[in-house]
Ligand binder design. Structure first.
Ligand code: UDP
Length: 337
């Protein structure tokens, strides 16, 4: 019988790709998602890729009764906890909503796990915990900096809560860098609600004519071309990292109960390099202008991936060129619908 994996937020951007990769790796994904930042169309994408609709419950993870019943019914071997809010600016405007969803939500999941005897968890953390690092690339041992936003604080608190529960809960804590791209078939991708905050959805919507032009937030930073540098990672690589993390948990291979991994490519690209790559790969211009800096932006951050490569046995396989092609194909697919 296939091992079941409960995926909270399994219809979101990273969750939906991970559901497909879990199925392909021989697991049975079970989804709980309240559609607060996702859409049922993701289920259509999943179905088109794996041939059926996985078990799905429309509920908030804070609803401990529903979550408990789902666990009793399916007895998952592990939980991948994606369900969380992720917009920095929104978190500044609505901090309580972020603490409620991201921190109280995690506590609810842990309480139910403990009560039901489940002790394997994959947690979505973020490179935001490094803040503006003193040195790049950042290692898992690089000291974290005070959070710049309630969103960042919720990720730091999540890590602390999980470390403090390591006596009974085995955690794979994955610090994502900048996830972009889409499924290579364009069956799945990111569905930003409203005006996108992130670079790639804003860029693809601009090229598609939905926005006038992309503003590059500052070109006077201390970087080779003056624009900020990030470690962009293809969502398929990220999804595959989750499968590796789940395998490590269910095969009991963890060396410590709380394990932390950087999930990036190890390469940093500037905003202008991303625009150039997009233009070259898709043979289309990106209307853009240079604007002022965006408050709170880190100048440069990219991952040291030695630990994740050697210990988890995972390496990102897809380059920026592929990320640019898949992001654009996804936008084109959205236009057709
Ligand atoms: N960025 C930009 N214009 C935009 C959105 C983002 O120049 O409309 C830049 C942003 O300043 C940062 C990079 O693109 O240097 C990545 O930003 P994003 O919001 O995608 O991710 P973050 O690293 O902030 O989580």
């Amino acid at each position: 019988m296939k091992k079941k994996i409960l995926v909270t937020g399994g219809l979101g951007f990273i969750g939906s790709h991970t559901v497909v990769c879990l199925h392909e790796a021989g697991f049975e994904p079970i989804i709980i998602d309240n559609l607060s930042n996702s859409q049922m169309s993701a289920m259509g994408g999943i179905k088109s890729l794996i041939g059926f609709e996985p078990t799905f419950v429309n509920a908030n993870v804070n609803d401990t009764e529903v979550l408990s019943q789902l666990i009793i019914d399916h007895k998952p071997e592990a939980i991948i906890h994606f369900a969380a809010f992720k917009a920095v600016g929104e978190s500044v405007e609505k901090p309580l909503m972020y603490y409620e969803n991201n921190v109280v939500g995690l506590i609810s999941v842990l309480e139910v796990m403990k009560a039901q005897g489940i002790s394997n968890l994959v947690f979505s953390s973020s490179c935001t915990v490094y803040g503006e690092p003193d040195q790049v690339p950042v290692l898992e041992t690089t000291p974290t900096k005070p959070a710049q936003s309630p969103y960042g604080a919720t990720k730091q608190m999540g890590e602390i809560i999980l470390k403090d529960n390591a006596s009974w809960c085995k955690t794979q804590c994955l610090r994502y860098f900048n996830p972009i791209g889409a499924h290579p078939t364009a069956a799945l991708g990111e569905l930003p609600l409203g005006i996108p905050n992130n670079l790639i959805p804003y860029l693809t919507q601009t090229v598609a004519g939905l926005r006038n032009e992309l503003t590059v937030f500052g070109n006077d930073y201390d970087t080779p071309d003056g624009t900020c540098i990030r470690d962009y990672i293809h969502v398929m690589d990220l999804a595959e990292a989750h499968v590796k993390a789940v395998e490590r948990l269910v095969q009991n291979k963890q060396e410590e109960n709380f394990e932390l991994f950087n999930i990036g490519t190890g390469n940093g690209f500037s905003v202008l390099e991303v625009i150039q790559s997009f233009e070259k790969e898709n043979n289309i211009q990106v209307p853009h202008k240079i604007g002022p800096r965006r408050a709170g932006d880190v100048v440069k951050v990219w991952a040291d991936t030695t630990k994740v490569n050697n210990v988890l046995g995972w390496t990102a396989k897809r380059g920026l060129d592929e990320m640019m092609r898949d992001s654009w194909n996804w936008q084109l697919k959205l236009q057709k619908n």
